[in-house]
Design a protein around this ligand. Structure first.
Ligand SMILES: [Zn+2]
Length: 194
């Protein structure tokens, strides 16, 4: 089954581990959770090559990037063990630079939402578990973005206020979205892209 945002088979287990770490109720080895996520992002991103690359490997880049975004507050403020932060920053820098020189027709992407809000209201059930062929019918903007965020938008004529549900989904699926979330994770860590 292919989902709107490709995920590994054990995505619920992975997401559960990241969530509990983010919320300060860690189970298991926190540093290993963060390191594992960084390694997997690095593997999928380097296997995928440039951002324009496609296929199952590059498809998982967004999933692992969202994972590192989840664990970034722990890495930044949770007193991780030696090397964890350096490893995360190095991987994120590589992931963040994958869209250099790339463009798309979108004026807005989901990473333009404040990071905490993205994680708090991540529509994970829809994004991560919906089969791609079933989701488009009747998809609403609020299925994909928090209504708090949508209601606060000032410019009704501009993205994302003027977008339909399927158009917002297309921005989640844009190849530039994962690098943007990697930059957001770097912001947590106080690190710049270069
Ligand atoms: Zn785009």
């Amino acid at each position: 089954m292919s989902t709107v945002i490709p995920v590994p088979d054990n995505w619920e287990e992975m997401l559960g581990g990241w969530e509990s770490l983010r919320q300060g109720y860690p189970a298991g080895d926190q540093d290993e959770t963060a390191r594992d996520c960084a390694r997997r992002l690095d593997e999928t991103a380097s296997a995928a090559g440039a951002v324009s690359g496609s296929g199952p490997q590059s498809d998982l880049v967004l999933f692992w990037t969202l994972g590192l975004l989840h664990v970034a507050p722990y890495v930044a403020f949770g007193n991780p063990g030696p090397g964890v932060e350096d490893e995360a920053v190095a991987v994120l820098r590589r992931a963040a630079s994958r869209d250099e020189g790339q463009s798309c027709e979108h004026a807005w992407h989901p990473y333009d939402v404040e990071v905490d809000e993205v994680l708090k209201y991540l529509p994970e059930d829809l994004l991560l578990s919906s089969p791609v062929e079933e989701v488009l019918d009747g998809l609403l903007p609020e299925d994909l973005l928090s209504t708090y965020y949508l209601d606060a938008l000032e410019d009704e004529e501009a993205e994302p206020a003027n977008l339909s549900g399927p158009e917002i989904l297309a921005r989640w699926q844009c190849p530039r979205t994962a690098p943007g979330f990697a930059r957001a994770a770097l912001d947590y860590l106080g690190a710049t892209v270069h």
